[in-house]
Design a binder for this molecule. Structure first.
Ligand code: NFS
Length: 660
């Protein structure tokens, strides 16, 4: 029997194998040694007070076992789930808060290291917020936008601003079930309160607040982060790059930015090409400076600058094991503390940069938005100084894969008709005609508990073969990118006939890299635009669209899945269910949520079943919308898509814009 691979990424797998021979421990080894606790893992452990932890297990536990206080299994499982949502929402939104404060600092002239790069996007966001922008100073508009968005974090009553960007019908459903978020921080705080010992005990009621908290992430924290990042650093448009652990260079200083917040990494991107920095690197014996990314910071700088990515979550230790990283700089989220211990076997310096996050054994150089470039230069100089210290032999494999990233929702609109005729009409038409069967958002982490990245790849390949267009984010994008699949050629070689035709006409890959995990909010914007365009559903619910997070591990993924479900997207998560122990909670997440919001959250460990569930949802949605039955290679009539040449004709005079 073939040996079970630990990673679906062949380069990664070879480094893992090398690590085993060198007795270097990674998350793959620890995942084998540390079996998940079946009680906590299925949602049946309550540790909300010190009468417990109570383990609600045994025969008929759902009916007959309660905690010391009397909490039922459904209550316990619902509380645990709601707390995961709160954790994920807090993470995305705290990141987002820092982005908005940077925008405010720019508007107030408190930092010279950042500017407003995309004024059109600023105006577009001002428009959503009913802020006057015509004839006003850019900084004044930016100040008003930042202040209004900051108020969404601390608002106590009312509705967060971006809720109004949802289709009317979707918003009505939220209002009916009282899940429109008031303020982001309020919902997180209330989720913690409701789920502490002795407060909210009705599982459905707890989970409704879980949805309100999740919506504060999707239509609040994450959406704000995406928009403000676009304003500050530019709205992405397609860019060529490379993906793989093979991006490191033997003769250059290798710096990796890892984590989530793009502010400092943007400045590192700026300073690595400064002549003084390059000279400094040369003075230490290197030929130059090579910058790469990891996890979602990678996605941010990849989308806007084409900085190569070394991959997703499970590649971080393997990066260190190449022996070539001179500095691995991290900020917040998805950083394994194991990297500091591992780095001692090599020369790699781990630098923590956030005032919120330190790791024992790491060097701390704190980021400060008011002197961002200075901090960036200090980090680059540290890397250069460390270059001559390379000693231990690592495992370096030089295979790299080309990729195209940078599909913001603005660009997706633009690519369907150019500046003057950009819309979602061609996409809706292609779905209506059955050329495109449906759309899947492939998101979430890669995970050492399975063949890491392997399930992402299996699903991506099968879905595009079935004419399903994929939009990917986070480590889902990294899983596809490190396979070499984020290219237009992927469509020619592997997509079904309808999807291939669409991709060929527009010149796009069948998997569109939408950005980091906070950029799942772009999916909400796209789905809202498709609803407004007409011909499909008039709300997000009911679209032939599904979200899949096949290898999720983070609480952030649970928050994302929940806000997609509340917005009307059926979502399928891989792995064992964190509410497996409670049939009642499982029923609420699937049947009850579907009835109320037209979205649902399934947990399904079997990749083949995930695929068939996704296709069933898509086909049922097509049927309910009375669209042409999907048959491979047989399409209805539709408007002709504009190809590149036609678009260029109407574009000639105008530089492609992406901000509006
Ligand atoms: Ni998303 Fe991005 Fe990756 Fe998972 Fe972590 S990096 S925010 S949580 S592991 S996809």
């Amino acid at each position: 029997m073939a040996k079970q691979r630990r990673s679906g990424d062949e380069v990664a797998d070879r480094i893992i194998e090398w690590g085993i021979t060198e007795k270097l421990e990674t998350c793959f080894d620890r995942a084998e040694k540390m079996k998940p606790c079946p009680i906590g893992g299925s949602g049946a452990c309550c540790s909300m007070c010190h009468m417990g932890p109570c383990r609600l297990v045994g025969k008929n536990a759902e009916e007959s076992v309660v905690g010391v206080c009397g909490a039922s299994l459904a209550t316990v499982a619902a509380r645990n789930f709601a707390r995961m949502i709160a954790g994920g929402t807090a993470a995305h939104s705290d990141h987002s808060r820092d982005m908005v404060f940077t925008l405010l600092a720019v508007a107030n002239g408190e930092t010279r290291d950042f500017q407003i790069t995309d004024v059109r996007k600023l105006y577009r966001v001002a428009g959503y917020l009913d802020i006057e922008f015509e004839g006003r100073q850019v900084n004044d508009v930016a100040r008003d936008v930042a202040s209004t968005l900051i108020s969404d974090f601390g608002r106590q009553k009312g509705e967060i601003n971006f809720a109004r960007r949802a289709p009317k019908k979707t918003l009505e459903r939220w209002r009916k079930w009282n899940v429109v978020p008031r303020g982001i921080d309020r919902e997180v705080s209330e989720a913690m309160h409701r789920t502490t010992m002795g407060v909210d005990h009705d599982p459905d009621h707890i989970l409704l607040h879980g949805l309100r908290t999740a919506l504060a992430d999707g239509w609040g924290g994450s959406m704000i982060s995406t928009d403000v990042t676009d304003i500050l650093f530019g709205t992405p448009m397609p860019v060529k790059a490379e993906a793989s652990l093979g991006i490191f260079k033997d003769d250059e200083v290798n710096i990796v930015v890892h984590g989530h917040e793009p502010t400092l990494s943007e400045k590192i991107v700026d300073v690595v090409s400064e002549p003084e920095m390059i000279e400094y690197a040369k003075s230490r014996g290197a030929r130059g400076i090579n910058l790469g990314g990891m996890c979602c910071t990678a996605n941010e700088v990849l989308m806007r600058h084409g900085i190569p990515t070394a991959g997703g979550f499970t590649n971080q230790e393997l990066g260190v094991m190449t022996g070539l990283i001179d500095v691995l700089t991290v900020d917040v989220q998805c950083i394994m503390p194991a990297i500091t211990e591992l780095s001692k076997k090599f020369h790699t310096k781990i630098i923590t940069t956030s005032e919120k996050a330190k790791i024992p054994g790491a060097v701390h150089i704190e980021y400060d938005e008011h002197r961002a470039k200075e901090v960036a230069r200090e980090i680059v100089r540290t890397a250069c100084d460390n270059f001559p210290n390379r000693k231990a032999k690592g495992s370096h494999i030089t295979d790299k894969f080309p990729m195209i990233a940078g599909f913001s929702h603005e660009y997706i609109e633009y690519m369907q008709g150019g500046r003057w005729r950009g819309s979602f009409r061609p996409l809706n038409d292609a779905i209506m005609a059955g050329r495109i069967r449906g759309v899947v958002g492939l998101a979430g982490c890669d995970n050492p508990r399975v063949t890491s990245t392997g399930i992402h790849r299996y699903l991506a390949a099968e879905l595009i073969k079935n004419d399903v267009l994929i939009v990917s984010t986070g480590c889902g994008s990294a899983a596809c990118g490190t396979a070499g699949w984020l290219t237009p050629e992927m469509a020619l070689e592997n997509a079904g006939p309808g999807l291939r035709e669409v991709c060929e006409a527009i010149g796009i890959p069948p998997i569109l890299h939408l950005g980091a995990c906070v950029d799942n909010s772009r999916i909400l914007t796209i789905a809202s635009a498709m609803a407004a365009e007409g011909g499909l559903s008039d709300e997000i619910g009911g679209m032939p669209a599904v979200g899949i997070a096949p290898e999720w591990m983070s609480e952030k993924a649970i928050a994302i899945g929940s806000y997609l479900a509340a917005s009307g997207v059926p979502v399928i998560f891989g792995g064992e269910s964190p509410v497996e122990a409670s049939r009642e909670v499982t029923r609420i997440l699937t049947e009850v949520w579907f009835e109320r919001f037209r979205g649902a959250m399934h947990f399904e460990p079997d990749p083949e079943k995930m695929l068939s569930l996704a296709l069933t949802y898509i086909d049922k949605a097509r049927e309910a919308l009375k669209l042409k039955k999907y048959e491979p290679g047989k399409f209805g009539t539709e408007k002709v898509l504009m190809d590149m040449a036609a678009r260029r004709d109407i574009e000639r005079a105008a530089k492609p814009h992406v901000g509006l």
